[in-house]
Design a protein around this ligand. Structure first.
Ligand SMILES: C[S@@+](CC[C@H](N)C(=O)[O-])C[C@H]1O[C@@H](n2cnc3c(N)ncnc32)[C@H](O)[C@@H]1O
Length: 268
């Protein structure tokens, strides 16, 4: 139990290197595994998409006049699940065509597989989450992602040229950081987002019992190449603790469930 509490204070290199290894191995299977094995990350990203939709609706006239909408997904992983759900919100308001998509991750292989469309999107996933406008096999999603801009970068030091972002999102990523770095990551999101831009987070918050159960279930996890997928170091905080790490957002909506939470706000 004590070890569980200490996880928040481990060296950042342990978090970064173990995340890199895990998500390199999950380059092709990430979405497939989430859909088939633990649906809450997909539900959480779907909820975040509904928050993006609300932001787009509230700011529709302004966004329609803009030449370009910049969306940044930090911690995209193979297949950019968080962005896929954001595409749904943008597409339903016909704002997708003018959106520049930027994907950031520390795992180079996960980005590469996303760029070349080498990841598993099943017809069931597309049907259950109403993504059929992008083709029943997700062909258009892969085509859109192939044109995105990719940065292989640590999210604690995002590229300097990232700025004036309209929609800054991160899904299930900050729990791969220690407590001090979670705060730095939130500051980086605030730095790159324009005034009145959207900042949205969905993340995992497991208690000790849930976490040990998860570790047991994933002990011998393999990928589609039959390689062992290592566990990454994790650390969890609550919804309100996460919100308190931001210094310049006004929170508009928040939601807490047993395993995850989601919130969004506008940068002031
Ligand atoms: C659990 S996946 C999240 C994927 C997707 N956004 C979602 O919501 O399901 C976390 C991703 O964050 C990336 N990541 C972890 N630590 C990072 C860091 N310090 N800098 C950049 N990316 C990081 C991992 O490589 C991984 O691809």
């Amino acid at each position: 139990m004590r070890e569980f509490e200490l996880m928040n204070y481990l060296d950042r290199r342990i978090f970064r290197e173990t995340a890199k290894e895990r998500f390199t191995k999950l380059d092709h299977d990430y979405i497939y595994k989430k859909f088939n094995e633990e649906e809450f990350p997909i539900e959480g990203n779907n909820l975040l998409s509904s928050y993006i939709f609300k932001f787009l609706e509230d700011n529709y006239e302004y966004l329609k006049r803009k030449n370009e909408i910049i969306l940044v997904d930090i911690g995209a992983a193979g297949g950019a699940l968080t962005t896929i759900f954001a595409l749904k919100a943008l597409n339903s308001l016909k704002l997708l065509e003018k959106t520049k998509i930027i994907l950031v991750d520390v795992a180079k292989q996960a980005l590469y597989s996303t760029q070349v469309g080498n990841f598993n999107l099943t017809k069931e996933f597309i049907a259950v989450y109403n993504l059929g406008d992008f083709g029943s096999n997700g062909k258009d999603i892969k085509s859109i992602l192939s044109k995105a801009k990719y940065y292989c970068s640590d999210l604690l030091k995002l590229p300097q040229d990232l700025k004036d972002v309209d929609i800054c999102i991160t899904g299930f990523t900050h729990h791969h950081l220690n407590l001090l770095d979670k705060e730095l990551a939130c500051k980086e999101m605030e730095r790159i987002t324009r005034e009145n831009g959207f900042i949205g987070i969905v993340d995992e918050s497991l208690n000790y019992k849930q976490y040990t159960k998860w570790l047991k279930q994933h002990k011998n996890e393999t990928n589609f190449r039959n390689e062992l997928v290592p566990i990454a170091q994790e650390s969890f905080i609550t919804l309100d603790e996460h919100i308190s790490l931001f210094s310049s957002i006004v929170v508009i909506n928040k939601m807490n469930s047993k395993k995850y939470y989601c919130f969004w706000g506008v940068k002031k």
